[in-house]
Design a protein around this ligand. Structure first.
Ligand code: AP5
Ligand code: NA
Length: 340
């Protein structure tokens, strides 16, 4: 199993705090969104630390999923991660957290920017993410093309990349996607946030023909549909149209998995649509939903790479998300007790 799963993404340190609506308004942020920081957001990080007693938690969407996957598997170094960090203490924290969770991280390090951070602004059961990619934005395909990294890529059977990475290195995504296709591997991708379908449609649509399994939540699916010019609002209809988009390897039909918060998870395949119920956590049981979607994917991957049936993968995803929602950030403790 060693190195069977390779992920690429933005390694970010989450700066997480509960805030009030005024804070969101001040920085022009929606309660349940994920955006890239603009100039006007830059003072937000300092303010979170100084006035809101923020916590520092390892984040970054793909890295979160791989950490959860490793936790579920309890087999260190099954997952390999690529992304870019700076030469600084935030980078060291990410490295230490990921490694202690069993992820075999191979960071590119840049001198040109500090390690990226993500403001996680919690209001009730919603969270607003504001990512300052900084060093993460300096990732380049050269890192993947060194013989040592190429060996790790050659060795993998499953590749997972977030939509978030579309803003950073489309050439790296194409490289992995085409490699996966050429060698009959499995390529999994996440829509990650509405803004990606809106503003990064070109690299997204270039990657999609290679995507064997596509993940997304309802807001992301809606944004994707709108960007395609589809009028559908119904998740099942959107999912079916996602299946039908062009695919390179037509021998392996695409699978779409859509999460809908506490509503059932949809598994959409060529000849079937299945719903998997979620046992709803009440607002008083929710610590923060930050990491729910990432944990879902981590739980899914942990089973999928063991070739478990899709129904088990999805129930494992739901189980993992449930644990992470009851904790701050994408964190976990003790041994997993998921039962097939
Ligand atoms: P991100 O992927 O943005 O989302 P999330 O916070 O993990 O998940 P959400 O709360 O948005 O959940 P979801 O909407 O995806 O899924 P759903 O609600 O359907 O991850 C956060 C991370 O992103 C941060 O660490 C940050 O660092 C990183 N990030 C931000 N910007 C980035 C960037 N530019 N690049 C890289 N990283 C970036 O829920 C999923 C599942 O959870 C459900 O199917 C269900 O099983 C369960 N669930 C949800 N609600 C309930 C409930 N009430 N009761 C029981 N189960 C529930
Ligand atoms: Na959480």
């Amino acid at each position: 199993m060693k190195g069977i799963l390779v992920g690429c993404g933005n390694p970010l340190l989450d700066i997480s705090a509960t805030v009030d609506d005024n804070f969101l308004q001040k920085y022009d942020l929606k309660p349940n969104d994920a955006i890239l920081a603009a100039e006007k957001h830059m003072p937000l990080y300092k303010e979170l630390v100084e006035k809101y007693n923020a916590e520092f938690i390892a984040g970054g969407s793909v890295q979160n999923s791989l950490r959860v996957c490793q936790w579920m598997l309890q087999k260190p170094n099954t997952a390999v991660f690529f992304g870019c960090i700076g030469h600084d203490s935030y980078g060291d924290i990410l490295d230490e957290r990921a490694r202690s969770n069993g992820v075999d991280v191979h960071y590119q390090r840049t001198n040109d920017a500090p390690t990226g951070t993500c403001g996680v602004l919690i209001t009730g059961t919603h969270r607003s993410l504001c990512a300052n990619l900084a060093a993460a934005n300096h990732f380049t395909i050269d890192h993947l093309l060194t013989p040592e990294k190429q060996k790790l890529v050659d060795n993998a059977e499953y590749f997972y990349i977030s939509g978030f990475f579309l803003t950073v290195s489309p050439p790296s995504i194409q490289h992995i996607a085409q490699h996966s296709h050429k060698h009959n591997r499995t390529f999994l991708m996440n829509l990650s946030a509405p803004f990606l379908s809106q503003f990064f449609s070109e690299p997204l649509m270039a990657a999609l023909p290679y995507v064997d399994i596509l993940f997304g939540n309802e807001l992301e699916a809606e944004a994707f549909a709108a960007a395609q010019g589809w009028d559908d609002k119904e998740m099942k209809e959107i999912g079916k149209k996602m299946l039908a988009l062009p695919k390179q390897n037509s021998n392996r039909p695409r699978i779409v998995v859509l999460t809908q918060g506490h509503l059932p998870v949809l598994l959409i395949q060529e000849h079937s649509i299945e719903e998997f119920p979620v046992e709803r956590l009440e607002p008083n049981e929710i610590v923060d939903t930050n990491g729910a979607g990432d944990a879902f994917v981590g739980g899914f991957l942990a089973q999928y790479i063991q070739k478990k049936p899709l129904s088990v993968c999805i129930r494992s995803g739901i189980w993992a998300a449930r644990q992470i929602i009851q904790r701050s950030g994408c964190t976990f403790d003790g041994l997993p007790y998921f039962k097939e």
